[in-house]
Design a protein around this ligand. Structure first.
Ligand SMILES: C[S@@+](CC[C@H](N)C(=O)[O-])C[C@H]1O[C@@H](n2cnc3c(N)ncnc32)[C@H](O)[C@@H]1O
Length: 231
């Protein structure tokens, strides 16, 4: 991996490097940060809350996976994508997040026994290292928070170790025109080419599109959605 990874993940035409640099003095406890975010706001007011999962479902349906396929939702938070998948009959879902507050919220909404819940750090996985491989890995608005090369490497190593042969990955992240901060944190931005490079040659791009997400506040956030198949 090239050492300018943080430069690659940003819009490098942008001279303001704030999207991918973080002042060492401002390093924070990420777990506490996210727990506070979920404690301080109703879920439906969060800047990434959505009930229209059409863009994600478009890619999920493209996989052709059946309803018993094992699906990991990385950095799931309290996403209503879980409700949507359960409503559609998907029955083998793992929701994982660093924030136990967000997963508790999800649990209270959908029930304890419908899916598997795992509190863990995607960049320093412990429990996640031991989960069974999955047919589909879904990440919406999580990878873009990993602005350090080491964190990205750890995340992709975990992802690659957990996808079954012929399995799929969906990454939906801020695109190159995306915001530079979210939830009080700096973020990276991605194109499908950058995502392809990160995944490596064993993953084939199946489909991708740009999507403008509208936040509860009405503000717009441009995303890149991309579906990859593990060969
Ligand atoms: C912007 S939210 C997106 C939540 C969800 N994917 C959605 O679309 O509604 C980012 C999520 O990533 C989680 N997260 C951030 N850093 C993480 C890490 N290192 N490991 C696991 N989850 C993390 C946060 O707790 C939060 O739930």
């Amino acid at each position: 991996m090239n050492s300018s990874i943080n430069g690659n993940c940003c819009n490098i035409a942008d001279k303001d490097k704030s999207c991918c640099t973080i002042d060492a003095n401002k390093k924070i406890n990420i777990k506490e940060h996210w727990n506070r975010v979920y404690l301080n706001s109703p879920v439906n007011k969060l800047g990434w809350y959505e009930t229209d999962h059409a863009p994600m479902m478009k890619l999920i349906l493209k996989t052709g996976l059946n309803k018993s396929a094992r699906i990991a939702i990385a950095g799931a938070g309290s996403t209503t994508l879980v409700d949507e998948l359960l409503d559609r009959g998907y029955s083998n879902i793992v929701a994982t997040d660093i924030s136990e507050v967000s997963l508790q919220d999800l649990k209270s909404r959908i029930g304890n026994d419908k899916i598997e819940f795992i509190v863990d750090d995607l960049t320093k996985p412990i429990k996640l290292k031991n989960i069974l491989p999955v047919d589909l890995w879904i990440d919406r608005a999580v990878l873009h928070f990993f602005i350090e090369e080491a964190d990205q490497n750890a995340y992709f190593a975990l992802l690659k170790s957990k996808i079954r042969s012929e399995g799929f990955v969906i990454l939906a992240e801020y695109n190159l025109d995306g915001a530079k901060h979210c939830a009080g944190l700096p973020v990276c931005r991605f194109s499908k080419e950058i995502l392809m490079e990160k995944l490596g040659e064993n993953f084939k791009l199946v489909s991708s599109f740009e999507h403008i997400y509208t936040m509860p506040s009405g503000a717009k956030r441009p995303y890149i959605y991309a579906l990859f198949k593990f060969l």
